[in-house]
Design a binder for this molecule. Structure first.
Ligand code: CAO
Length: 415
């Protein structure tokens, strides 16, 4: 079966997390992703957070599936020429170097255009144009600068970063969409273009609802869906809302049976308005279905805290899975707090290819997250990440270099 991006060749100049998540997605959709790395060292993540000595880390292997690796010293004049050949033969260059690094290497947008006017040059940077555009940025900086940290955590505590890598993987996802969109436009215009996904912008896009709330707060001075209402104070900016959804259907995380010893014995419970009567029945508070203090969403808002405390008295008598089973019978939206151990062992995720076991020549078997985006005509087959420089000779031959030329370039330290 063919793949959606078959025939698209990507010059993958990415490292660490944000860029590699983008090119990994493109590889899963069938693009030929050629990862250019520095000889000897490669992507820094190969050696970061290692769990087995001298073996590519899980950090690297889990972000670089289905790619080929070539090692080129792009600061060596002959290495530069090899990169120029690659630029001429590829459709997209993806990079997430520190601001200016590609220009310093001699590959400005203008130079790349000269070499290949159809080339799409896609970049992740920490910030877009503005006061911070020259700054290097890692995940948590983006979470802080994009509005996630100031709106995450509890009101009486400091800002908190989230475990979901919304700055890195989130921006990689944004960039991938920009790339396929530019590829589509190129079919009409014949021209390449620059694609920029700034991590601050990507995080802010994911925090869109918080900018909504900022404006609601400024207009009305309060937000009735937030836990600060009605007893707490609202300041000038959107406060941290704990586990409240802050949206139209109030929710909270509640303890389940075993919470005293199991840190994940909790459930997310949503008091969705259309099933309010069923919720009242399940928890044994039938009178709340008709009591004017509880019967409507607006009436419930001032005492959500007490309502969730009452529901929790019920959830604490059930395990999170028992509670799920009962609540789902009544169409009450809820979700168990799943640990990474539970997710890794979940059979349905294995079945869909969302969790995949991969074999690696030096590490052996390991688990990874497969392609979360499923295309019916372009199935994903997750292949192990490449060893450093594993495909240098193969790719050089495809670019038209003879064995003697490859050998000479190797002697010169260019590859
Ligand atoms: N051959 C020769 N030199 C190479 C090379 C190759 N194959 N590949 C990279 N280099 C060089 C670059 O040219 C650059 O050199 P100069 O600094 O002399 O111009 C150098 O390697 C290092 O690049 P860098 O500055 O990007 O790397 P860093 O480790 O110092 O910074 C990071 C890392 C992530 C902070 C920075 O790349 C960055 O801000 N990127 C944009 C935002 C981003 O993607 N952040 C997400 C990171 S994941 O949490």
């Amino acid at each position: 079966m063919s793949k959606a991006l078959e025939g698209v060749r990507i010059l993958d100049f990415t490292h660490v997390q944000s860029g590699p998540t983008c090119t990994q997605l493109l590889a899963w959709f069938g693009a030929d992703v050629i990862k250019v790395e520095r000889a000897g060292a490669g992507d820094i993540t190969r050696e970061q957070l290692r769990d087995i000595p001298d073996v590519d880390s899980l950090y690297f292997t889990m972000l670089n599936h289905n790619k080929r690796s070539v090692t080129i010293d792009t600061k060596n004049p002959e290495g530069k020429q090899v990169l120029e050949t690659l630029i001429q033969k590829c459709d997209v260059l993806v990079e997430n170097f520190a601001p200016g690094a590609l220009d310093r290497m001699g590959f400005t947008w203008e130079r790349i255009q000269e070499l290949n006017p159809r080339m799409i040059v896609a970049s992740v940077k920490g910030f877009g144009p503005g006061p911070y555009e020259d700054c290097k940025v890692y995940e948590n900086v983006a979470q802080c600068a994009g509005g996630a940290a100031s709106t995450t955590g509890f009101d009486d505590g400091p800002p908190v970063v989230t475990g979901a890598q919304i700055g890195d993987s989130g921006t990689g996802l944004h960039l991938a969409l920009g790339i396929v969109t530019a590829l589509y436009q190129r079919t009409q215009t014949g021209r390449g273009q620059k694609v920029l996904a700034a991590m601050q912008d990507g995080v802010l896009n994911l925090c869109r609802v918080k900018l909504r709330d900022q404006q609601r707060l400024e207009r009305t001075g309060t937000m009735k869906e937030y836990p600060q209402y009605p007893n707490g104070e609202f300041g000038e900016a959107v406060p941290r809302a704990g586990n409240a959804s802050g949206g139209g259907q109030p929710g909270w995380i509640l303890k389940c049976k075993g919470w005293e010893t199991d840190p994940n014995a909790y459930i997310y419970f949503i008091t969705q308005a259309p099933v309010w009567a069923k919720i009242c029945n399940v928890i044994g508070k039938e009178e709340w279905a008709t009591d004017p203090n509880y019967a409507t969403p607006a009436a419930r808002l001032p005492h959500l805290k007490d309502i969730f405390a009452e529901i929790e008295r019920w959830t604490m008598t059930k395990t999170k899975f028992e509670a799920m089973q009962i609540l789902n019978k009544y169409d009450i939206p809820c979700g168990p707090i799943l640990s990474m151990k539970e997710i890794a062992e979940e059979p349905s995720l294995r079945k869909t290819g969302t969790i995949v076991e991969v074999d690696h020549p030096t590490r052996g078997k390991y688990l990874t997250v497969g392609n979360p985006i499923k295309l019916s005509d372009s199935p994903t087959e997750v292949k192990r990440s490449p060893l450093l420089g594993e495909h240098t000779d193969e790719v050089m031959a495809e670019l038209g270099y003879s064995p003697a030329q490859i050998s000479a370039l190797r002697t010169a330290g260019a590859i």
